[in-house]
Design a protein around this ligand. Sequence first.
Ligand code: IVH
Length: 681
Amino acid sequence: MMGDAEQQRATVLREQLAHHNNRYYGDDAPEISDASYDALVRELRDLEAKFPELAAEDSPTATVGSATNSSFAPVVHARPMQSLDNAFDDGDLLSWVERLVKAAPDEQLGFTCEPKVDGLAMSLTYVNGVLVRGATRGDGTTGEDVTANISTLASIPRQLLPAAGEPPAMVEIRGEIYMAQGDFAELNARQAKAGEKIFVNPRNAAAGSLRQKDASVTATRPLSFFAYQLGPSEGAHGPWVPATQREVLDQLLRAGFAVADQVVVVSSAQEVVETCQAFERGRHDLGFDVDGAVVKVNELRLHEMLGSTSRAPRWAIAKKFAPEEQHTLLIDIEVSVGRTGRVTPFAVLQPVFVGGSTVSVATLHNEDQVAAKDVRPGDLVVVRKAGDVIPEVVGPVPGQQQRTNRSAPWAFPPLCPSCRSGLVRTEGESETHCPNASCRAQMIQQICYFASRGALDIEGLGEQRVAQLIDAELVSSVADLYCLTVEQLLTLEGFGELSATSLIEGIARSREQSIHRLVIGLGISELGPAGARVVVRAFPTLEALRQATVDQLSALEGIGPAIAHSVVSYLQTPANVELVERLVQFGVGVTEQTSSDLPQNLLGKAIVVTGAVEGFTRESAEAAILERGGTSPGSVSKKTFCVVVGESPGASKLTKAESLGIPLVEAQKFSVLLESGALPD
Ligand code: IVH
């Protein structure tokens, strides 16, 4: 018989799934892992199967299906959508041209220099001049069908214009979807007014807007499109068979597309370098974000001759621009207390738009860094941010040091801002610590970290909630979470029946998490997720881990003496012994490792990943390797099995791999590598 509890649980699950569906599809900003999402769907499905009277037509189980995959149909590109090799300085550009001259010694080379629009690559297919499909780049081989979404864009013609001549039977046009800076600002203003999500930068806004499940939402978003390439075609003739890249762009203009009007044709290496420099100087005057310049050989006939490597054409290169810098006011320097008690100074800045997003705080790392940079409250400082990299305070703007009213050099506060204990800096070390193990700020951070997605994955335990629990004296360690009751939570402000039940259930569910996640959640200093994986593979229970010696741990691949000492010393500290014992008593982390259900076909193989791999975050790519028995070190060595090369790879890793003869695997083949455990062809 179904009771109230089941009815209530189904309601909670449906609400949660509706919320996560919106975050995933609506906002492009999922809050939980695919696995946690799947667990919710599975639980609801099981409940509905057991109590058919619960099933409802509009239940998320009836509508989401394979929601963790894409809601867009896959499209296999007629010709892969490749990426571009990068030139980081003028020297790289010059040697690229030199290589081309060597490869085509009898040719008079010409080049186009084009802005590298910072958006999303898009492929558009026209059959007999009519738009039939829009597809994202995806992994380069297979993209997503977003026809409905892009059909509403003013800068994408539904029909190729007659001015371009008789259209080919089929033609693919490639270009970039982006959001102009002015449109981005207006969209965010609108979003703010409506209490909706604020996007961090135009690229993110373009991505979120494009991948809307409901195309009518995309229609309200100010997306634009620049065409830059003619893809495969059938039955093309006349002006649809241009001879140069410049002619391609002119033909695309005639056909009704927008083409960047900054494109310049040049004919020498020196001009290529100078044009890229001019682009860089003018990067802020374009009205849209660019992250570099693209230089292409102008003659298309030479594209054929020069060909491609497995990941990028030889006839084009992306010249990356230097990281963006801005000046702003350093309002103050404050310190924050982390979960291990480390106290870190950070800059409070007058908000400034730099490198594609607004920056208002930036870490200053430690006391020595502040002294070395000699930045002081009241200074104008240089702030730098490159791509998605963490913003950095470079130093004072030249001339600040000579200011007569400059404040005194910044001094590290003597007391912890949270518990007022005297802060400690050990001789010879750069870090400053709060020595009080029961410091409120540390406790908050420890519990939040324990509950975070990569650890025990308990939803609804943000900083504020945790502070509330600590202040009400309901918890003073992570183990106390498992004693909480719905009734206790209901006495706190902001909790209702639903949120209290859902938190308690989330906490209860976290007991089922693997020991690997528990070990991460303990927050042992020096031990990251990858190290934790190695350690629990060798010592698969907490009991075994507690017996492990420094020597045994340091013998493990990827575990150095510093990590080994830290683990042993953590597990020997009396307070931690008690904590771990309580967690075991509550049944946390006693479940067998689940992740090794996967075939261990990367066992003993060290795989380095560099650059962005489509479909993976840095962490999920690493996890995918670890789950199959491999390791994923941060640098290339003789022992490296192969290097997976994603978008914008690190030059030093590639050079090292090449010099050591380590095989490179293109990002598109990462899945093949994972599945087969062998080097893809
Ligand atoms: S040509 C074979 N031209 O940059 C690749 N790409 O890092 C041909 N991009 O995936 C690309 N502006 O999304 C080309 N004027 C331009 C571009 C451009 C932006 C993007 C494109 C590509 C990425 C490569």
